[in-house]
Design a protein around this ligand. Structure first.
Ligand code: BDR
Ligand code: CA
Length: 317
């Protein structure tokens, strides 16, 4: 299996991502690190521990990370994810405490200890990842790739042009995007497309198995479901799509493009500017005139394929 670490802000759809990662036989989830985003970091830790317990994976190390972005104060997304950050579906409290090391320390330890290079999957503001890259740059030698949920080619959600994870900590995202690692951006453009039909959500909710039932409850909360048309019970898998991308890279269509984050105060702050100009041929991109690295940007996703992969995995127990 592929060794992976998820850095998240659980978060309804982060929970969907954790459930998938724990259950997919092709993944070895070695650790989960938490950061402030959808809710405060202590809430994120609590939610993450509970979700892993419900998913039948109570032994995966979980560490608490940054409680706020590098520069700005934390701003919660309770209006999207509920008071508890988990859609207020009444989850029990976890029965264990997080690791006694912080997220950056756990990330470094697990990455360097892994016998095979690790794939990092951030599904949250990139604060922990930026701190890791700045504090322990040597970790990149054992990172296979970073597949992050964040950014947008077209339009944003936190603002008209900025996606929440990048908008919440633009400086951290900028640090990630200039790192010397292979990066895939699973942005809003694809994130919003992968929606599970209502009939499947109903089946999950009625499941006798706690993990599958939890997935159904979370999908019903529909945080990542912008417009489901007539099917009012359909729910988006959100962040889980970034994990699907690691298992099944052919499910997304990507292009290697320059990506830059707007750090300017004002209406563009947090926007990911993806340079799609046709005149930028590969050779021009590599002339070194740009300091941003090229990022594999997901431009399209095979929705049916990812929905099938998601359901097949979550219901596989
Ligand atoms: C991202 O923001 C959060 O609300 C979701 O969990 C996802 O990671 C979408 O913009
Ligand atoms: Ca998230």
């Amino acid at each position: 299996p592929i060794p992976v670490i998820i850095d998240c802000d659980t978060g309804v759809d982060d929970a969907l991502a954790l459930l998938f990662a724990v259950r997919h036989p092709g993944l070895d989830l070695r650790a989960v690190t938490c950061v402030a985003g959808n809710t405060d970091v202590d809430g994120v830790v609590r939610n993450t521990l509970t979700v892993l317990e419900q998913a039948g994976a109570p032994d995966i190390p979980v560490a608490r990370g940054a409680g706020r972005p590098l520069i700005e104060p934390a701003r919660s997304a309770r209006h999207v994810h509920g008071e508890d950050g988990m859609g207020d579906i009444g989850l029990p409290a976890p029965t264990r405490a997080p690791a006694d090391v912080d997220a950056v320390t756990l990330l470094r330890r697990e990455i360097l200890a892994s016998p095979r290079p690790v794939t990092l999957i951030p599904t949250a503001p990139l604060t922990n990842i930026a701190l890791l890259l700045r504090t322990h740059p040597e970790v990149t030698r054992n990172i296979e790739r970073i597949v992050f949920m964040g950014g947008a080619v077209a339009c944003g959600n936190a603002t008209p042009v900025a996606e929440f994870n990048v908008w919440h900590d633009p400086e951290a995202a900028a640090i990630l995007l200039t790192a010397e690692v292979h990066i895939t951006m699973y942005g809003l453009d694809v994130f919003q497309q992968v929606v599970v039909p209502g009939a499947d959500v109903r089946r999950l909710r009625a499941s006798a198995e706690p993990g599958a039932r939890l997935a159904g409850e979370l999908l019903s909360h529909r945080p990542a479901t912008p417009d489901v048309g007539a099917d009012s019970e359909a729910g988006g898998i959100g962040d889980a799509g970034a994990v699907c991308t690691v298992v099944d890279p052919a499910g997304v269509t990507t292009r290697l493009l320059p990506v830059e984050v707007s750090l300017t105060p004002g209406p563009t702050r947090g926007q990911t500017i993806v340079d799609r100009r046709p005149r930028l041929g590969e050779s021009e991109l590599h002339t070194g005139t740009r300091d941003q690295r090229l990022v594999d940007v997901a431009l399209d996703v095979d929705v049916e394929r990812f929905v099938k992969l998601y359901l097949g995995t979550v219901e596989s127990v």
